[in-house]
Design a protein around this ligand. Structure first.
Ligand code: NAP
Length: 198
């Protein structure tokens, strides 16, 4: 149910590393939905990725997200899931943000691939009941919600950039420039991330 307080977007991710596709999605969702702020919430333990591949330390990913966001208006890095610790469930993040301020109108923003997995999320009914689910899709995209689901769709020109490709670029010594903000390029170098093939 819509609430009267600040309109807050939750754009969660592993962000290993963050890139301009994430920023374009966050900025456009904020604009289209008239959100006051969008939080880029860094997953502490992205439980569905555990075992798939090694994930960089949460503190390093948070630092990169802070660098990526820089002074982009209305978009902020959030360490909420890292401070909570353990496996990261969006239902807990929604609950925590509403405990802080019950008047908040929450929007959980996901890309269209991530949206395919929504029905498998922990306590997803709680997320649906307490927040508006927003799917970022490319114009003419074919994603459709599961039967009975109400979601908002935001059309964003999809930038075909993936964190997987960016990590491989570091291994190969190929450039990251213009795919991630310049401070993130320096941050990855300084932190020595992604040098080893995984
Ligand atoms: P990720 O790979 O770091 O991606 C973060 C978000 O950015 C995803 O929604 C992704 O959607 C989107 N994205 C990636 N590249 C993009 C591009 N080029 N243009 C536009 N959007 C792009 O994060 P993730 O590991 O999939 O996690 C997403 C969120 O879902 C996290 O908050 C995680 O905690 C949450 N989740 C929750 C549960 C639960 O049980 N509560 C379970 C699984 C995931 P695409 O995948 O469509 O690219």
């Amino acid at each position: 149910m819509p609430r009267s307080g600040p309109r807050l977007g939750i754009f969660g991710g592993t962000f290993d590393p963050p890139h301009v596709g994430h920023l374009a999605a966050a900025v456009n969702a904020r604009h289209d939905l008239g959100l006051d702020r969008v939080l880029l919430v860094v997953a502490n333990v992205p439980w569905q990725k555990v075992g798939e591949r090694p994930v960089s330390a949460a503190g390093a990913r948070l630092e990169l997200v802070r660098l990526a966001v820089g002074d982009v208006e209305g978009v902020e890095a959030s360490d909420l899931e890292i401070r909570r610790g353990g496996e990261s469930y969006t239902a807990d993040t929604v609950a925590e943000l509403l405990d802080e301020d019950p008047s908040r109108d929450l929007f959980v923003i996901v890309g269209s691939d991530a949206a395919e997995g929504l029905p498998t999320w922990e306590r997803v009914e709680e997320v649906r009941a307490r927040a508006t689910v927003v799917v970022v899709d490319r114009p003419g995209g074919s994603w459709g919600p599961p039967p009975g689901w109400e979601v908002r769709r935001v059309e964003v020109p999809r930038l075909e950039i993936s964190s997987t490709d960016l990590r491989q670029r570091v291994v190969d010594g190929r450039p990251l420039d213009y795919l991630v903000p310049a401070p993130v390029v320096s941050g990855i170098e300084r932190l020595g991330l992604y040098r080893e093939p995984r």
